[in-house]
Design a protein around this ligand. Structure first.
Ligand SMILES: *Cc1c(COP(=O)(O)O)cnc(C)c1O
Length: 407
């Protein structure tokens, strides 16, 4: 997945353009910046490539989520339906805007189970927020249909799936808005950065203002801008945008390498009869950042993971069930709504209620699931070898080689 594996000349050249003018802020300073507008260029590049009418680049994927939710009018009293398997930023953003994250089960796509979404809708539901985890996608047809029937907004968290598509459309451009992360471990990186895409001029205008203290950006200069609503500073710097622009322009190159290595690694793993793979609603649209695979039981999976670790083959593979950052099981802080600032009592009560429901259906999937990250640095041969070595160890673990290690 990580673009940081392939830094080079073009990243350096774009950064130098900015350093040569010394204007590292994205707005204003029109004269001294000598026509260098990296953030605006990155926004145009994202809109053009992904086929979105508008893009707002911000300081992180988390900032993108907060900004998008605010721009969609989400706040106090609203509920946002989201999956039990995501990154903590997804619920952080919902809580930040004063709303309540309603966690629901994932299915074998490792994303929102549409039936669980339907069951969770209440009069307070405002947004459905699928998270396109590990390079692949949610069933967008099913979710769009639910949104249409119930007049809900759809916000795609595509932070882990830049460049993936569903039925020919890039993820993040299908719902009312989409968010992307360019943090250091994402497909395209600029250190810290993020983006919101939308086809709604109104949502974009609100994102544009909200991420810059509410500036309307219509004044003759920054001092003359008006402030139609409150906002925050979620601006990206020109230095980050410069790296992001270089990396984003290499997206197709990264996607092609990942596909080649994914195919090689996956076909080696497929030699193990007990292994099955994540269901992908549109396999041709996968961005191939990870091969996500299952064993038949949670115990078999835990044993295989322990043996992979013991035999030095665990690097790049994550057993989500035990992971602290991506799955409900270890989100103690969400389950107690532990927050430094006091949440509104109603919000706190609702957060705790929804975070402590029965997620055994998610456990049944995530407890059997491992994702193996695809490196941009492998040759095809190295990807195959990696898969073959892993397959050997997994077979050994299935044949009864149980390691009593704490994993
Ligand atoms: C990385 C990530 C984010 C947050 O992005 P940052 O740029 O790290 O703030 C949000 N959602 C998901 C699913 C992510 O993986």
């Amino acid at each position: 997945m990580p673009g940081f594996e392939l830094f080079g000349e073009s990243e350096r050249a774009h950064v130098n353009d900015v350093l040569n003018t010394g204007i590292i802020m994205r707005y204003g300073f029109d004269g001294p910046r000598k026509g260098i507008w990296k953030s605006k260029e990155l926004e145009a590049a994202i809109s053009n490539k992904l086929g979105a009418q508008y893009t707002q680049v911000v300081s992180s994927g988390t900032a993108a989520l907060v900004t998008a939710l605010a721009a969609m009018g989400v706040g106090s009293g609203d509920e946002v339906i989201m999956p039990t398997f995501t990154f903590v930023a997804s619920f952080e953003a919902v809580i930040t805007v004063g709303a309540v994250p309603v966690l629901v089960d994932v299915d074998d796509t490792l994303t929102l189970d549409p039936a669980a979404v339907r069951a969770a809708i209440t009069p307070k539901t405002k947004v459905i927020m699928p998270v396109h985890m590990c390079g692949s996608m949610s069933d967008m047809d099913a979710l769009m249909q639910i949104c249409k029937e119930h007049k809900l907004l759809l916000l795609e968290d595509a932070c882990q799936s830049t460049g993936a598509k569903f039925k020919g459309k890039y993820l993040g451009t299908i719902g009312d808005a989409g968010t992307f992360s360019f943090d250091f471990v994402k497909t395209v990186t600029c250190g810290e950065g993020g983006a919101i895409t939308t086809n709604s001029e109104e949502i974009w205008r609100k994102c544009d203002g909200f991420s810059d203290h509410g500036h309307d950006h219509l004044g003759v200069d920054r001092g003359a801008d008006l402030h139609p609503f409150l906002g925050y500073n979620f601006r990206i710097s020109e230095l980050h945008a410069a790296v992001g622009l270089a990396q984003f322009n290499r997206l197709d190159e990264f996607l092609a390498i990942m596909k080649r290595n994914y195919d090689a690694l996956k076909s080696a793993l497929a030699e193990v009869p007990e292994i099955s793979f994540r269901r992908i609603p549109d396999p041709s649209g996968d961005s191939h950042t990870h091969v996500s695979w299952f064993l038949p039981t949670r115990e078999a999976t835990a044993n295989a993971v322990a043996l992979l670790k013991a035999e030095g083959q665990i690097a790049g593979s994550i057993y989500w069930y035990d992971h602290n950052w991506h799955y409900i099981r270890n989100w103690a802080h969400l389950k107690t709504a532990a927050s430094l600032n006091e949440l509104h009592p109603d919000q706190k009560k609702a957060v705790i209620h929804h975070a402590n429901k029965d997620f055994s259906a998610s456990d049944a999937v995530i407890g059997r699931s491992v994702s193996t990250q695809i490196s941009l640095l492998w040759s095809e041969e190295q990807a195959r070898e990696k898969g073959e070595k892993m397959a050997q160890v997994i077979k050994k673990s299935l044949s009864g080689e149980v390691i009593k290690l704490k994993i």
